[in-house]
Design a protein around this ligand. Sequence first.
Ligand code: FEO
Length: 398
Amino acid sequence: MINFISDDCYWVGADDHSTDLFEALWPLPKGISYNSYLVRGQKTALIDSVPAGFLPVLLDKINRVFKDKPVIDYLVINHMEPDHTASIDMLRSIFPEIKLIGNDRTKDLLKAYYDITDGIIIVNDGDTLDLGDRLLQFHHTPMVHWPETMMTFDPASRVLFSGDAFGGFGTVDEGLYDSEREEASTEDELFRYFSNIIGRYSAMVQKAIDRVKELNPRVIAPTHGSIWRTNPARIIDLYERWNSHTTDPGIVVAYASMYGTTQKAVEAVTGALSEKLVPVTVHNLAHSHLSYVLRDIWKYRGCIFAGPTYNTALFPTLDALLRLVENKLIPSRALGTISSYGWAGGASAHLKEFAKRNKWDLVEPEINFAGRADEATLENCCFLAENMIAKCFTEELS
Ligand code: FEO
């Protein structure tokens, strides 16, 4: 079957059901798609490509679009990450006439990753490429997700090839278009993709969103996940909300507990929160992947980190989470902390240093105890719950 996006524009991508972790990091319970598009005028452009192992799938789809021997004149490189470029060498062998379209940063990365220095056409922001009877227009959107990222717009059909932006996890074999993939397009999974992949440089992402709104696309065709054909405004609105860190009312609790003592304190807090009907999402870091925890921290206004001391430092799984949150530049949240130790502390200081470095708003009382959580500690946990509610639902963050 040939998938039409609009007149003489086709999806020629591939579904990946076998990779467990995207970027060797983010879980893919429903796989992922590598979306590539073929746009035909008098000349033909392939927009983005696929990992090398999926090239036969791409070529098979291209062959079905052409009645005769396929000719690809241009490969538009919206994004250089290898999930979209690792087949470039082979594509150049199969289509020796192909020219690579990218910007100055693309050129540097082509040299760095593939030692390619020839056959490159550099396009500046706003430049167009004439395919004969249709134009492609290029819009630079740096840091969404790498410095060379750009989007390609077909003004006649108003299809926007948006690169990683507006994409999602999950294969598209259950439906290529937004209207057909309700389950895979759930807000939680789209948010996980945004928070894991896209959202770090919010100012640059906002510039890209503003540009997209100016273009007013009829269709948004990203490099992963559903094509937004029925309701592109939905994903633009979601991106504006997530990127501005407009948080939901609720508290996410991420904890580690080696022998259950930290968990007992956590349960005292979550029990007190639940009694007040506060939405609480709890992640035991022995079970939850950081991908999902990161999404929920991005989502909610309040956050409680809890874990024991481990060789004078923070317990490794909680430490890894804090490093990831810091790396993703998540701005101020209301933060409650629970830490424990056996004979010498350490976790408490690390949690407070995290809050200070990232300008998160520490909520009193700090819970830090030796050994087990005694009655006084559990009572303090209830005070922490009350203060978290006050911070998250009635007070502005400092
Ligand atoms: Fe789909 Fe940033 O690569």
